[in-house]
Design a protein around this ligand. Structure first.
Ligand SMILES: [Zn+2]
Length: 406
């Protein structure tokens, strides 16, 4: 899997090739599940349970290698991968930004499953060699059931067969055209060679939804909770990606200078916090640039920051003590397109960005401003495209917030 957004509570376990490897807390559940599953196949329950834990750990090393496949391909195209997260339903490689060239997306997406097939190509011959030298497999038509039974047994041969088989399944499953899974991205990339990006995404999302419904049905009848989770992920994830692509399409026609609020109020470092509260109550503004007495920009006070301060210490204190210092706020030039501005804000996890030309401060842009612009200009653009017969389709109003809280 590849993703462009943040995941919840995860623990960092390693840093490899500059990529943080994180494990989601719910991963513990899958270890317990593995222990339970294999404890039934062994004569000694404890040995079986331990074996189950080892199998799941090795399996997740394969999943991590799959994600490193994506990460290495992404790095090759200059896209940073801050971290890889391992979840019970698989892994997620977080890309700093999505590739915009179809060929790049294709190669990054296919690199993951390619790793699984490569692993299987190494493991399977070894496993089969062991099977043929140590066991009687009988005639051809008995071979597959024998191999499947062996793969579930608690033994070294079983382990090799299980890992080889699972890698083949992992590779094939990820190639199913269920956007935003790998196969769906490959489909979108192929469609984007002929179609524009938005219609290509829309088709990929529709095919993905069909797959999600099939996963859900298979999950219900097969009583497989993982398939249900994946169905949910595909259904919700596809919609999110489509909205992101559509929003980008709207935002690329505007630059940062056009979006700053020229009449914005400023706060001064020495002012009490209660001044910000006054402003929020009496104006539509929620985020403020903070200047010192020499009128230099020194920081920003955002609404969430103010709310957190009020909860912690009330209205006591001065603006300077609670503002976010300027160095920690991303900066952009007036000519940058809003699509790039938005991306930078999401990348840095910041709800505000400073717009300046050379040293001159032009104003702030917040995620609220961006959401509003997507909504208003998206509607206008939708109408223009309908008249001009352009790329067409609804431009959805999206919440630009993601998981940003600062
Ligand atoms: Zn993948």
């Amino acid at each position: 899997m590849i993703k462009g957004m943040q995941m919840g509570s995860s623990l960092k376990i390693a840093r490899i090739w500059g990529v943080d490897v994180q494990v989601h807390w719910s991963f513990v559940l899958i270890l317990v599940y593995g222990a339970f599953l294999f404890s039934r196949n062994a004569s000694n329950v404890l040995v079986g349970a331990l074996y189950g834990v080892v199998v799941i750990l090795l399996l997740f090393i394969c999943v991590a290698l799959h994600e490193f496949g994506h990460a290495i391909a992404a790095k090759h195209f200059g896209i940073k991968v801050p971290h890889i997260t391992l979840l019970p339903i698989g892994g997620v490689a977080q890309l700093e930004r999505m590739p915009r060239k179809p060929l790049q997306e294709f190669l990054i997406a296919i690199a993951g499953p390619a790793v699984n097939f490569a692993l299987a190509a190494v493991l399977l011959p070894v496993a089969l060699a062991v099977v043929f030298t140590t066991m009687r497999v009988g005639p051809m038509w008995l071979m597959i059931p024998t191999l499947m039974r062996t793969a579930q047994s608690v033994s070294l041969t079983g382990l090799l067969l299980f890992l080889a088989g699972t890698n083949i399944l992992l590779g094939m499953f990820n190639l199913l055209p269920a956007f935003p899974m790998d196969g769906g991205r490959i489909l979108r990339a192929l469609l984007a060679l002929r179609l524009r990006y938005i219609p290509a995404t829309r088709v990929a999302v529709l095919v993905g939804r069909g797959m999600a419904i099939l996963f859900a049905i298979a999950g219900i009848f097969g009583r497989d909770i993982f398939l249900l989770l994946i169905a949910f992920f595909v259904y919700v994830g596809g919609r999110g990606e489509l909205e992101a692509v559509q929003s980008r399409y709207v935002l690329k026609d505007f630059n940062a200078r056009q979006a700053v609020n020229k009449d914005a109020l400023s706060l001064y470092t020495s002012e009490p916090i209660s001044r910000a509260v006054d402003y929020i109550m009496t104006t539509y503004q929620g985020d403020f640039p903070v200047h010192d007495l020499g009128n230099n920009l020194v920081g920003v006070l955002t609404r969430p920051r103010l709310v957190a301060t009020l909860r912690g210490q009330g209205q006591e204190g001065r603006v300077v003590d609670v503002m976010i210092p300027r160095e920690r706020v991303p900066v952009t030039s007036g000519d940058t397109t809003l699509a790039d501005v938005w991306e930078k804000m999401l990348e840095r996890g910041s709800r505000v960005i400073i717009v300046q030309d050379q040293e001159e401060f032009l104003g702030l842009i917040t995620l609220d401003d961006i959401s509003e612009l997507i909504q208003v200009m998206g509607a206008a653009k939708e109408r223009e495209d309908m008249i001009a017969g352009g790329p067409g389709g609804r431009v959805a109003a999206t919440t630009a917030e993601g998981s940003i809280h600062n």
